[in-house]
Design a protein around this ligand. Sequence first.
Ligand code: GDP
Ligand code: CA
Length: 337
Amino acid sequence: MKITVLSGGVGGARFTRGLLALLRDRLPDGRGGTTAEVTVVANTGDDMWLHGVRVCPDLDTLMYTLGGAVHEDQGWGRRDESSRVSADLAAYDVGWEWFTLGDLDLATHLARTQWLHEGLTLSEATERLTRRWDLAAQGVRLLPMSDQPVETHVVVDDPERLIHFEEWWVRHRAALPARRFEQVGLATASAALGVLDALADADVVVLPPSNPVVSVGTVLAVPGVRAALASTSAAVVGVSPIVGGAPVRGMAAECLATIGVDATAEAVARHYGLRGDRTRPADAPGVLDAWLVDTVDADAATALAADGWRAAATGTLMHDVPETARIAAAALALVGR
Ligand code: GDP
Ligand code: CA
């Protein structure tokens, strides 16, 4: 079975870890892995240059989580991390005091940056980084959405200016009113090699409970991705990141408000859109067949089902890996897998 996941950082990584646990159990390869092939297409809109190194937050959250090295409570970064280099940089008054790069994490960025300078694409550099974490042995391949830099920026007021997404998100905690998001570099970017094929050839495509605007929304905006989802023979199922009218963690509500979408499980589903819905604009076809919501949002499932969606409600809080595997099973069951 081939499964492709369009992911942001923490929400998408935790979901994928549970999905892999499920697949190891259901489709074991006899060597502790799975015969299923999972491709994760990561948002790279949060990427940036800092201290001369290329930082790719969502790719690294996925790599550390699936590689068993993530700081579990934080959800991102390395466990047993220290920040001696960042502290010493601050003593020189360089960089941003609100964005700390951990010492171990810095090794990842240095390795990636060296390979990028040698001429490797981001996909190739990512593949080299993931070798260390044995992702291939787990049956999972990690791809950036694009090999060209695409960076999410935010238009804010007083004075009107464009700031990098990470500055808005980490420094201002999304509290600075945002007029709109701009994906700098998007128009001339293309999907990384393998991304469109992974959508066309999949049996199932999953939109995990990632931020629908600045994680999955950015991946969907890469030229060709939305059309590939609209036309794939795969079943496409999503899991709501919004539970009871609010995101489970993070500031997705502020992102949704910026694009004029209510922070409800139903509104997010309708924003993604139902595949084959002819009432949608031709340049933004619907991308989902099915939508899994939390038990507290059972009404949303009922309303969507009345409009032709495959929808169901279950507990969707990813407390631990076994519970997340159960959520992944519920998502696959919704599309008959
Ligand atoms: P980021 O790039 O690190 O912000 O991570 P993602 O975009 O992949 O995921 C962020 C989203 O995950 C947020 O909108 C959260 O609401 C959602 N999320 C986090 N934990 C859970 C959970 O346990 N259950 C559900 N349903 N959503 C979650
Ligand atoms: Ca992110």
